[in-house]
Design a protein around this ligand. Structure first.
Ligand code: SF4
Length: 369
C-alpha cells in the first residue's frame, strides 16, 4: 500500500463503512432492467451504454438492444448498419463498434463466455479499467474497483481529497483507495452502492448529506467542504466548425442521403449533403449551391432555412446551418450517395445532429413522424 493510501485509511472504519453502504444499496437500489440478472453480457452492454449517457435514456435502448441481440452470438453476427440503427441517438458510436469487435473476440476466442480475469477481459476492445471493474465485480463477484466520475466524486468527499479528478494520476489514486476499502464478500453491491450513492444522494450539486447512509464516515461533510469537491479543472474549450447542410427533395419525393466515411468521427453513419463553410465563400448559400451542382450533377435550389443545429462533441462543436432545397434532373448515385423515397429516410442510421435537421425538415413540410 502506498503511503498516501495508508494515511487516508489509517483511522477509517472500513468494515462499518462497507456494511452501511451495502445495506443501503440492497434496500434502496433502483429497479433497472440490467439488474435483473448477473449475465456478464448484459452487464457489459449496460455499462457501455451508460458511459456518457443518463440512466433514463439508456433503459429503452437497453431493452430494444436485448430484444434484437439477446446473446453474444447474435451481437457478434449483427450487421453493422442494423447495429448503428439500434444505437442511433445514443451518440459516441465508437462505443458500439468497439463492443461488437470485442464481442466477436469473445465469441471466437473464448467460446462465447465472457472471460472473468482482469487481464483477459481488460484487453478487449473498448474495455477500460472502469468497465473491467464494473463487469467483473457485478457479474463474477471479483473485488476490482470500478472508478468513474461518480465514484470519484463520492470518494473525494468521503476522504476529503482535493486532487484534480481530470488527471489520470488522480483516477489511479482513487482506484488504489477503492481497492483498499472494497468489500471482498460482496464487491458487486459495494461497487454498485458507490455508483448508486453518487447518482441518488451524493449528487454533484447540493448532495443530500442528511439522508446519506455513510454520513458518519464522510470527512467532507464534517468539515463542510462537500460542495467544493471534487476539484475538476476545466479542459480547454474545443473549437467550433461551421457547416451548411441541405435536405434536398425532388418532385417524386426522393431525398438525397450520403454515408460518411468508414473512418473517423461518426464513421459510416448517414447525413444530408453538407460542407464546412469555407472562408473563401462570399455567400454561404450561393457558394454551396454551386458546389452541390458540381458534386451531384443535378440542378439545385436552396429554398428556405430550417434553422441552426448545434452539436457538441467532447473536443469540438458543430454549428450546422440547415436548409431545405429541391433538385431536378437525372441523379446518378452510388452506394454511399443515394436518392431514397422520403418514407425510407428513417431506415438509415443518422447521428443526432442530422436527426435534428431531419426533424426540422419534417416540421417545415408538415410531415408527421
Ligand atoms: S455525507 Fe454528503 S458529501 Fe458525504 S458521501 Fe454522503 S452525500 Fe456525499
Amino acid at each position: 500500500m502506498n503511503a498516501r493510501i495508508e494515511k487516508l485509511t489509517k483511522s477509517f472504519k472500513i468494515n462499518e463503512f462497507q456494511k452501511a453502504l451495502i445495506d443501503w444499496f440492497k434496500e434502496e437500489q433502483r429497479d433497472l432492467p440490467w439488474r435483473e440478472s448477473k449475465d456478464p453480457y448484459k452487464v457489459w452492454v449496460s455499462e457501455i451504454m451508460l458511459q456518457q449517457t443518463r440512466v433514463d435514456t439508456v433503459i429503452p435502448y437497453f431493452n430494444r438492444f436485448m430484444e434484437k441481440y439477446p446473446t453474444i452470438a447474435d451481437l457478434a453476427n449483427a450487421d453493422e448498419q442494423d447495429l448503428l440503427k439500434v444505437w442511433e441517438g445514443l451518440g459516441y458510436y465508437s462505443r458500439v463498434r468497439n463492443l461488437q469487435t470485442a464481442v466477436k473476440e469473445v465469441h471466437e476466442k473464448y467460446g462465447g463466455i465472457v472471460p472473468d480475469t482482469k487481464e483477459e477481459f481488460g484487453s478487449l476492445k473498448g474495455v477500460g479499467p472502469y468497465t473491467t471493474g464494473a463487469v467483473l465485480s457485478i457479474a463474477y463477484g471479483k473485488p476490482i474497483p470500478a472508478v468513474d466520475g461518480n465514484v470519484m466524486r463520492v470518494m473525494s468527499r468521503i476522504f476529503n481529497i482535493d486532487d484534480d479528478i481530470a488527471k489520470v494520476k488522480t483516477r489511479k489514486l482513487f482506484e488504489a483507495l477503492v481497492e483498499e476499502v472494497i468489500s471482498h464478500e460482496d464487491p458487486s453491491s459495494f461497487n454498485q452502492g458507490l455508483m448508486e450513492l453518487g447518482a441518488l444522494v451524493c449528487t454533484p450539486k447540493n448532495p443530500s448529506c442528511l439522508l446519506c447512509p455513510v454520513l458518519e464516515f464522510c470527512t467532507a461533510y464534517h468539515e463542510g467542504t462537500q460542495n467544493d469537491l471534487p476539484v475538476k479543472k476545466k479542459a480547454k474549450k474545443g473549437k467550433t466548425l461551421q457547416y451548411i447542410a441541405v435536405v434536398l427533395e425532388d418532385e417524386d419525393g426522393k431525398i438525397i442521403v450520403r454515408q460518411r466515411s468508414s473512418e473517423g468521427l461518426l464513421a459510416s453513419l448517414w447525413e444530408f449533403p453538407n460542407s464546412e463553410v469555407l472562408s473563401s465563400w462570399k455567400n454561404m448559400v450561393e457558394d454551396y449551391e454551386k458546389q452541390l451542382v458540381e458534386e451531384l450533377g443535378v440542378e439545385v435550389d436552396v429554398v428556405e432555412p430550417l434553422g441552426v443545429v448545434d452539436h457538441i462533441f467532447s473536443h469540438l462543436t458543430w454549428k450546422i446551418h440547415a436548409f431545405r432545397g429541391e433538385f431536378r434532373g437525372e441523379f446518378v448515385g452510388s452506394d454511399n450517395l443515394k436518392a431514397v423515397p422520403i418514407e425510407e429516410v428513417e431506415d438509415y442510421p443518422f447521428p443526432v445532429p442530422y436527426q435534428k435537421v431531419w426533424k426540422e425538415f419534417k416540421e417545415k413540410r408538415g410531415i408527421g413522424s
